[in-house]
Design a protein around this ligand. Structure first.
Ligand code: MG
Length: 260
């Protein structure tokens, strides 16, 4: 009887202590002194200032401009090592794939980044499915964010515009008509590898297509393959971004990148 009374007393004390906590489920206050607002304010180091572009499509002050319509200085041929990028500049405004000339790749190498890129389907709508306005942005030379003229053009869902090719379909199809310009705004996180070369954390990607969220912190399951299952066959560091020549006269303009 005595033991039961003691147990009940302890339970009552515990319940009373719990009831005193203003926010049930949160830790009890351990400090006898109340906290002050400045105790949770962090002042240093001061956050760096970046001047934004005139519109969200324009490069901010800390961006690397990869293409502004004037020249292809930031790009080289992927087919001929060291050779100039073989694509055509049109009206000092955009570049166009020269079918058969091969992919182009950046001179610089990148890892984590924010990328803005604008593209348009070829001026003349030809073919269908994967043959219509196909190109692609390959991050770190390996992982393809698909470019395709997916306006009223059915194909496999993980191969249409804004898919991570044969890996993840986009959340929605936000494609504009063939004569209009599209934008991709991308946040890309590179994969991390262990010392033994095995994957530690896979690449991740968030994509806005014409301002519409189409990839939401998506896990990239590995190297883009036309045939086969995705995997990470090699550990790698920063690498080039390349744009694909898939035999269509896809057009590009206003490409800039921020290293993250
Ligand atoms: Mg492609």
């Amino acid at each position: 009887m005595k033991k039961t009374f003691l147990t009940l007393s302890l339970v009552a004390c515990a319940a009373a202590a719990f009831a005193q906590n203003k926010y049930p489920g949160t830790p009890p206050e351990v400090s006898p002194m109340p906290m002050k607002p400045e105790m949770t304010e962090i002042w240093n180091p001061e956050v760096a200032t970046v001047t934004p572009g005139k519109t969200p499509a324009d490069a901010p002050s800390d961006a690397i401009v990869l293409f502004d319509g004037k020249n292809l200085d930031q790009w080289v041929s992927a087919k001929k090592p060291g050779g100039p990028a073989p694509w055509k500049i049109v009206n000092n405004d955009h570049m166009e794939v020269v079918p058969g000339s091969g992919d182009i790749k950046t001179v610089m190498k990148f890892g984590d980044c924010q990328l803005h890129i604008e593209f348009s389907a070829p001026d003349v709508v030809e073919s269908a499915g994967q043959g219509r306005g196909n190109s692609g942005v390959f991050f770190q030379d390996r992982y393809e964010l698909q470019i395709l003229d997916s306006y009223q053009n059915r194909t496999y869902r993980n191969g249409q515009a804004a898919s991570i090719y044969k890996d993840h379909a986009p959340l929605v199809n936000a494609m504009k008509g063939p004569l209009e310009w599209n934008t991709y705004d991308v946040i890309y996180t590179a994969p991390r590898f262990k010392a033994n070369g095995l994957i530690d954390s896979p690449a991740r990607i968030t994509v806005l297509h014409n301002g519409v969220l189409v990839q939401n912190n998506t896990t990239i399951n590995g190297l883009t393959l036309y045939i086969g299952l995705h995997h990470y066959p090699d550990a790698h560091g920063d690498d080039v971004i390349h744009l694909q020549d898939h035999g269509n006269k896809t057009q590009f303009r206003n490409i800039w990148l921020r290293k993250l």
